[in-house]
Ligand binder design. Sequence first.
Ligand code: AMP
Ligand code: GLY
Length: 428
Amino acid sequence: MKILVVGGGGREHAITRALSCNSGVKIFSVMAQKNPGIARVAERVLLKKITSIPEIVRFATENELDAAVIGPEAPLEAGIVDHLEAAGIPCVGPTRAAARIETDKAFCRRLMERHGIAGCPEYRVCHDPEEARRFIEDYGGDLAIKPIGLTGGKGVRIMGEHVDAAGAIEYIEQIGGDVVLEERLIGEEFTLQAFVDGNHLVPMPLVQDHKRAYEGDVGPNTGGMGSYSMADHMLPFVSRSDYREALRIMEETVAAMREEGTPYRGILYGQFMNTREGPKVIEFNARFGDPEAMNVLSLLESDFSEIVTHIIQGDLASSGVMFAHEATVCKYLVPEGYPDAPVAHQPLTIGDYGSALLYYANVKEQDGALYTLTSRALAFVGRGATLDEAEAIAEKAASSVSGRVFYRRDIGTRDTLEKRCLHMKEIA
Ligand code: AMP
Ligand code: GLY
């Protein structure tokens, strides 16, 4: 089977690795910057912007590819799935219309409201700074300010955390006024990802990401500094009933998409805030999370290429999807100054990384040496019977790297986990 993987980050390296566990799979890759980990296993690489749809379609048809897995959101928004499928190449990834679940935050909230899906915070869609200002003043409480379109996870401003009311209004004026204003949710965040074939949804283990750049959850928001998952595939601050509720929200969302004539096929990513009233949807993404893909795909025991086939055929069943009962910890190394002023083109040396899995992301390989670029450089995933074991493996691997990079030592530690559980208890 010949499979196209679109994208060149840590997430796509994890997708590539999982697919190539089956020796019968040949990987074809399209990425803007050569990811050394993907390039090493790929049969052929097209170095191109991943939104260059005509070139990608040509590459896929010329090489007679059987399927495509789309990593990031930008090509989904550009309609890559519509174009590949029109050329006869089935995709794991939603059409442009179905990807609006991520690419249009107003669409997402209105869909949830139209179908009476639980977990939707109070919200207001605005297209004009003046209207937004009036809403903020009338509302009184804290709001989350979200640009309607894609922002790489860096566009949200939370009142009471990043900005006050005046700062919120200023921010909205700056970005032109198209925003969703949402009630500020208080709780602990968790990620539930699922394989979806249009009708059926098969969940993956729960993961918690760390958005903030620095230890102790301070500093600017990033694409995600690292993440962990537990051996039982749950999180200690998410009860069974919270989990069932989150899963039901995802299932109802898939059903709503189908009813509206835009069936959802691909990976559905639910970002939830576990609040006093249970899980609420922060957002949906139309793809795997990055870093969360590295946690779950490092645990996948089933043949990923078979799952791809079932998603495409529409006969996905949970019996075909097995994950190892182990904990995982993923730590990203990022350039000094990331995300606001990353120092790029700095040499990077990886030491003895033990049994950790190494996933390359945004690095340049030249004459056998590695250099940082402007985004997250590479990640290690530790797997273990317990979170402590997985953390020790990831930590040792991350500390083996020298160069002008940093990472969060606190991800996956006992201490951090206890803080999360305590926070949840205080909220309840
Ligand atoms: P997003 O780009 O929607 O993932 O938002 C980025 C981050 O902003 C999330 O991971 C949350 O930490 C925070 N956030 C988004 N929406 C809300 C909300 N309604 N209440 C509180 N925090 C939020
Ligand atoms: N880790 C968050 C995301 O992929 O959007």
